[in-house]
Design a protein around this ligand. Structure first.
Ligand SMILES: [Zn+2]
Length: 255
């Protein structure tokens, strides 16, 4: 869920060898994007996985006729539909685990409310506010965040909201948008459990400095209901508070 005014309250949230091969291959495969400055990665392993995963049928549903007739909104919606269609198998393969579900269809529901909301995912649908899109036609990463929620489909067990949102934003910013930690120099780091972009940056630092597969492994633990207080320590060699301190130290001037 994305709602800038309610970041604190907005928590919502094969075989093992084959899985590891898929994860390893997809970590090397870049996103597929309709954006001209982000050509589709043609890494062969990514292409093989792309063809092996059935893409859900993605449809567009405008709740209000006037919005459907809006050419800018309609074009953005179709572009988003195609972009999610292209990236679904790549993201799915990164976040696959034995209990992973696979929807047959995903509906993009375009609603309109002047309540400051942006988008949310629920019940196999991605709901997007036309009121937001009109003013942010260049925000092509937001639907990727919501698509990750559809794929996460965490159910039961210890499932911290900050990790759910942090993983969704990690996929969006660091995989899809190809951001780097340097792009956030000087930004408020928040806390590790702040969620969204701040947790995503911590995950990216962990990926680069402690465990290159931290994101798919955390996702698997969350979905398989094996996540617990010691999961991050077992994956990264130190408790989360120590890791957070190391991360903050890395942000210090001259570090
Ligand atoms: Zn979210």
């Amino acid at each position: 869920m994305l709602n800038p005014s309610k970041l604190q309250a907005a928590w919502h949230c094969v075989l093992a060898t084959t899985l590891l091969m898929l994860i390893a291959a997809l970590l090397q495969a870049g996103p597929a994007s309709a954006a001209e400055n982000q050509p589709m990665d043609t890494h062969s392993s990514g292409a093989e996985i792309h063809s092996a995963i059935t893409v859900p049928a993605l449809s567009i549903n405008f709740e209000q006729a006037a919005d459907k007739e809006n050419s800018a909104l309609s074009a953005w919606a179709e572009r988003t539909r195609l972009d999610l269609e292209a990236n679904y198998p790549l993201i799915y393969a990164q976040l696959v685990s034995p209990r992973a579900a696979h929807p047959e269809s995903i509906e993009l529901v375009f609603y309109r409310r002047e309540d400051g909301s942006i988008a949310y995912a629920a019940g196999g649908r991605i709901h997007i506010n036309c009121d937001y899109v009109e003013d942010h036609l260049d925000d092509i990463g937001m639907p990727i965040h919501e698509l990750v929620h559809i794929i996460q489909a965490y159910s039961g067990g210890d499932c911290p909201g900050w990790l759910t949102e942090g993983i969704a934003d990690w996929v969006r910013y660091f995989w899809y948008e190809k951001k780097t930690l340097a792009d956030y120099a000087g930004h408020d780091p928040g806390n590790y459990d702040s969620g969204y972009g701040q947790s995503a940056r911590f995950l990216e630092w962990l990926r680069l400095n402690r465990n290159p597969q931290i994101v798919p492994l955390l996702n698997s633990a969350l979905r398989e209901q094996s996540y617990g207080p010691d999961t991050i320590k077992s994956l990264c060699g130190a408790d989360v508070e120590t890791l957070w301190k190391d991360y903050l130290d890395s942000l210090a001037p001259g570090a």
